[in-house]
Design a protein around this ligand. Structure first.
Ligand code: SF4
Length: 449
């Protein structure tokens, strides 16, 4: 690995996955990862376009990279600078106009072409743009995952979205829903397990809309895929994210009851508790339909930990609408949740809606909402004190002699342990709950599994 690659990843787990795959694509042409941009031969910013601030962050980061590139040049070296991900897809050539330091701009669907893009940038001195939605399936052109070092991994099974929520850029930056075929997913999962992975999170912008080609041209659902992957020896835990309430089928709910490898944790964004706002967001379901769905899920798996996404200050949101959201949160109760102020996104229908909400109102509502969500998260963690939970240990904690892992409910758990517990699943007695983690003691010296 004679050349150095620095990748900075913004946004969602799918961007984390894409960055890992870019590393795999570039390794065969001599690039090894460095954590230090100063010394890099290639800098890639893998960007997120979900909120205004996220996009602007890219330009300020490029401002910090420009002197590094000039320094490298004045020392007789050469640094290539690339912008990838959803801002690249959305803004394309505009990025090179605004930031001439950039040599390459490519989207989430074309990073498998990186060796060719790098060669063109070196030959032509930059100016490389590739934001196609190619016909070829990117995944067929990706090498085996080699950059995997942990015991947990992400695996993208579905990309894009056909839902067109009126606040969201994903359908425009990631394109229409596309599901990978079962065989290529299974192959990648087996390669990850062979590399020491014990827990895989299946990723998709709308993962429970997964419909992939199975053997003999059959069409498989996420429920079928999870049940199938659970049979892989050594794959002890399965998770999936991000789901849409409209695609939460009875078949998938039953998997939470019947397939022990599928963890009792579900991220199910609802965004608002007001039917008027859900309608304006084009979510396609009511608040009560969501409540009934949660009841069904809890019937199948009573201890399941639920997580969600919320947006406050969507255009037209009244105090009454906001109260409806708080009421829904009190009715459902969440183990954790992500919440944001509405942020206008270029090209989405939400920007054209009347009654945009003032920033201070958004801020007040977000504070109130997060206070309630934090109370629920602490209550969920408190309720685990005294319980014995199987924890998958992922590495060393911050303190000496401390190991850290995750419970089935995705809570971080830290224990004091003489030996390195990396990759072990150990029964752990929960002795204390903190706001977003647990502290425990190992039940026995024997490895649980
Ligand atoms: S379902 Fe999710 S990814 Fe799709 S448009 Fe709505 S918010 Fe965006």
């Amino acid at each position: 690995m004679s050349k150095k690659l620095f990748i900075k990843t913004y946004g969602c787990q799918m961007n984390v996955y894409d960055s890992e795959r870019m590393t795999d694509v570039l390794a065969p042409i001599g690039y090894g990862v460095t954590e230090d941009p100063d010394d890099a031969d290639l800098v890639i910013l893998n960007t997120c376009h979900i909120r205004e601030k996220a996009a602007e962050k890219v330009y300020s980061e490029l401002g910090r990279i420009r002197p590094l590139k000039e320094q490298k040049q004045s020392n007789g070296g050469r640094m290539l600078v690339a912008v990838a991900g959803c801002v690249a897809q959305a803004e394309g050539a505009e990025i090179m106009r605004r930031a001439p330091v950039v040599d390459m701009v490519f989207g989430p669907q074309t990073y498998h072409r990186l060796p060719e893009l790098v060669a063109r940038a070196v030959r032509d001195g930059g100016g490389v743009l590739d934001t196609d939605f190619p016909v070829e399936d990117k995944f067929d052109h990706l090498p085996e995952p080699t950059s995997q070092t942990g015991v947990t991994a992400f695996l993208t099974i579905q990309e894009g979205c056909d839902k067109f929520c009126s606040f969201c850029v994903v359908p425009y930056t990631r394109g229409a829903e596309f599901s990978r075929d079962v065989a290529s997913i299974e192959k990648e999962a087996r390669a990850l397990v062979a590399a020491g992975v014990r827990e895989i999170t299946l990723l998709g912008q709308n993962v429970n809309a997964y419909r992939g080609q199975g053997p003999g041209d059959s069409s498989w659902s996420l429920a079928q895929l999870l049940t199938h992957l659970a049979k892989i020896d050594g794959l002890d835990r399965l998770r999936y994210t991000t789901s849409h309430p409209r695609d939460m089928t009875d078949e998938l709910i039953a998997v939470h009851r019947d397939v022990p490898q599928v963890m009792p944790y579900l991220h199910l964004p609802v965004q608002s508790g007001s039917d008027r706002i859900l309608d304006a967001m084009n979510r396609g379901h009511s608040a009560d339909e969501y409540r009934r769905l949660v009841d069904k899920i809890r019937m199948a798996r009573p201890d399941i930990a639920l997580s969600s996404d919320f947006i406050v200050g969507f255009p037209g949101e009244t105090d009454r609408d906001f109260e409806e959201t708080l009421r829904l949160i009190r009715d459902v109760t969440y183990s954790q949740a992500f919440s944001f102020k509405y942020s206008e996104r270029p090209g989405t229908p939400g920007t054209a809606l009347p009654q945009q909400i003032e920033e201070h109102v958004k801020a007040e509502r977000l504070t109130e909402l997060q206070k309630l969500l934090n109370e629920q998260q602490i209550a969920f963690n408190q309720a685990c004190v005294g319980a014995k939970l199987p924890v998958l240990f992922e590495g060393k904690g911050r303190k000496p002699g401390q190991s850290i892992g995750r419970s089935p409910y995705l809570q971080p758990v830290h224990v004091a342990a003489k030996n390195d517990l990396f990759g072990e699943i150990r029964d752990t007695q929960v002795v204390a709950a903190l706001s977003n983690s647990l502290s425990g003691t190992l039940c026995t010296s024997e490895v649980t599994s």
